[in-house]
Write a protein that binds this ligand. Sequence first.
Ligand code: FES
Ligand SMILES: [Fe+2]
Length: 460
Amino acid sequence: MSETLETPRETVSATAEALVKPLTIPVEAYLSEEYARAERDQLWAKVWQQVGRVEELPEVGSFLTYDILDDSIIVMRTAPDRLRAYYNVCSHRGRRLVDTPPGARDARGRGRQFVCGFHGWRYDIEGQCTHVPEREDWQGSLADEKIRLKDVKVDTWGGWIWINMDPDCEPLRDYLEPAATLLDAFQLERFRYRWRRWLVFDCNWKVALEAFNETYHVPYTHPEFIPFGSFLGWSRIQGRHSNIGFEAPKGLEENQGKLRIGGGVDARVSTAEMQNFIWENANTNTTETLVDVANRLVDELPEGTPPDQVAKYWLETARREDAERGVVWPTVEPEIVAKSGTAWQIFPNFQIGHGQNNMLCYNARPYGYDPDKCIFEVAVYQLFPQGEEPETEWLYTPQDDPNWRTVLPQDFSNMAAVQQGMKARGFTGPKPNPYRERATVNLHHNLAKYMGTGAPRELD
Ligand code: FES
Ligand SMILES: [Fe+2]
């Protein structure tokens, strides 16, 4: 298997080379409560975090909240082309300004002002405090600047809203490179939610993400995929981020991307079988158009059509039929498809499983300071004809809920079992595959830079 660290050039470094060696990761990052508490100031206060989609704030006054440990942040549209973010706390006595409704993931709404429920202080959408009952009692000492809502950095990329609590942070675009440049061609800002669900897992947030940042587990956690072909995959270090993809069969380089054909004897049949399986059992990674066209391959292509021709026909037909109903796929050069793979692990806690007409993303964050718990979110996105985007919201969906169908629960079944297993006296530490699970090693390599502890070390 050839070395694939060449993408892109500037990320090749001695560090990247070092991370291809067999390494082990100390378990404290997953298990230690002290480490979980230290993440608050050393990690979460310093990184860019994805908090929602731009289209969720359509009008001036639209807002959403995002909670990370003790901090809650309000993101507000203050002008048609401007977002601002503030700490969600009243400057009077510290009451949270906007409450999250019981059982909801966050608070959403639209308005011209916030009124604190405790003593009625008011703030406008620019964060300015506009009314303090009996303000004269403070004898002129409540300067406007002192009592306005405190700003948080906010920016957008890929159609997502990102925040950073560090006033001196690097610009979002720089932070996201080289992911931003390699993913720009996919025009992710045009995608819209098809469905989105969240839940709480009994594992650390890193355990949850690491169930999805490699392809090594596919034949064992998801044995139903074995008949559909080989799922050998790679993992590359991309600065503080990583990406993963599938090895392409010779002559099928584009098959490294998300839209793969089935690997059976008759590619027409196996592609249809794989598409139907994924549609019914995961409801991710494909669309109705792709499934429909796959189901017609046997009628529309002669027996014995070689796999590369099946792939070409399938994707070209789906692209054309989507375009006819106003769903225009981005045109992405095969070289970019191959380089960008199937998913990016954006440091520290967001995975983008991009595609040319659909996308699957995961997000994980701590649930309080309990290292054994996390909040996990799954969102499936797609290109829709303008005006036909479905209305969706975050649905709390426990692990055993049938709405998860069958494939994702196979991944979920490893979460608490890994968290528990790592505590066993007999466990000597995680030993990620140096080729296929490099994203995990790179995550901990970068976490250690923020945390000052937990760096991967040589496995001997
Ligand atoms: S805490 Fe908000 S008005 Fe008193
Ligand atoms: Fe999986």
